[in-house]
Design a protein around this ligand. Structure first.
Ligand code: SAM
Length: 286
């Protein structure tokens, strides 16, 4: 593991991950790089300047967004060829993950110049880390098409994909999307709704896909903010935990979910991990 952070940065494109909501979620190395480069390319200077100023960083910013990415890439290649160090950030999370960045990175690499990833937050990794998904393949889909017909077609193709699926979704489309997912992927598949990760109203709620639209629609607050939807692998029908629900509800009045699940597992013989997930569903929302 290298820890030589005192050496000057060599000319390169530094692809830097930034917070997805909580300003504290930025690495020490990201701050050093943003401070040490000559310029920072960002989607929107008005959005990114407050983040840099929050950390006392005054490095000049310039715009590199989806509408000018090719032109920005040419400018960045030229700057690095002249010996500059350029950082690339997006509005939130990791550039290139459902965000601009791919064109710039490809052009810099094609010019034979160095690209240095500076890892950090991404809504994808954040949701996965809290999902409790068993090891196995995970397909990151990102955003589905906005139009209903194209979205349904994409989902139908995804029904045959083995393993878990991860989607990004916008608040105004999330209801239609989960309804289409239930129809195309199967209502029995478990869905983790991960909303407003790292923010004040962070919500992680797991339920069968068939129930997702009704749950989201039951409270307008549940439809606000940013969403990751994580769908469990097909063919793993959830074990029937109904027989333990009554007992768990009583236990959850007095105990945290892990202890309630442990006791209910002893009493019913259902596996503890399954009951722990069910306990998280039964306990009142945060
Ligand atoms: N580059 C980002 C990343 O690494 O996750 C993703 C950018 S993409 C334009 C924005 C989408 O990411 C949102 O619509 C939402 O689906 C997801 N997202 C970003 N921040 C989130 C958060 N705090 N909670 C839940 N989802 C989030």
């Amino acid at each position: 593991m290298s820890s030589d952070n005192t050496a000057p940065l060599p000319p390169a494109l530094y692809v830097v991950a930034t917070p997805i909501g909580n300003l504290g979620d930025i690495t020490l190395r990201a701050l050093e790089v943003l401070r040490g480069v000559d310029r920072v390319a960002c989607e929107d200077t008005r959005h990114s300047r407050p983040l840099l100023l929050h950390h006392g960083i005054t490095t000049p910013l310039f715009a590199a967004h989806m509408h000018n990415e090719a032109a920005a890439a040419a400018r960045i290649v030229e700057a690095i060829e002249q010996g500059q160090r350029i950082a690339l950030i997006s509005d939130a999370g990791t550039p290139g993950v459902s965000d601009p960045g791919a064109v710039i990175v490809a052009e810099v690499r094609a010019a034979g110049l160095a690209v240095v990833p500076i890892p950090g937050p991404s809504a994808l990794a954040c949701a996965l880390s809290a999902s409790g998904l068993p090891p196995g393949p995970v397909t990151f889909v990102g955003f589905l098409p906005a139009k209903a017909a194209a979205r349904r077609k994409a989902l139908t193709a995804l029904a045959a994909v083995p393993g878990a699926l991860v989607f990004y979704e916008a608040p105004h489309r999330v209801l239609e999307s989960v309804a289409d997912m239930a129809a195309a992927l199967g209502g029995q598949r478990q869905c983790l709704v991960a909303r407003e990760l790292t923010k004040r109203f962070e919500t992680l709620h797991r339920l069968p896909l068939a129930e997702a639209a009704a749950w989201l629609g039951a409270d307008p607050d549940r439809l606000r903010g940013e969403f990751v939807l994580l769908i469990d692998a097909a063919g793993e029908a959830a074990p029937d935990t109904a027989q333990a629900d009554g007992l768990m509800r009583v236990l959850l009045e007095e105990l945290p979910p892990n202890q309630a699940a442990r006791l209910a597992a002893k009493a019913t013989g259902i596996d503890r991990q399954t009951l722990y997930r069910r306990a998280l569903e039964l306990k009142p929302d945060r």
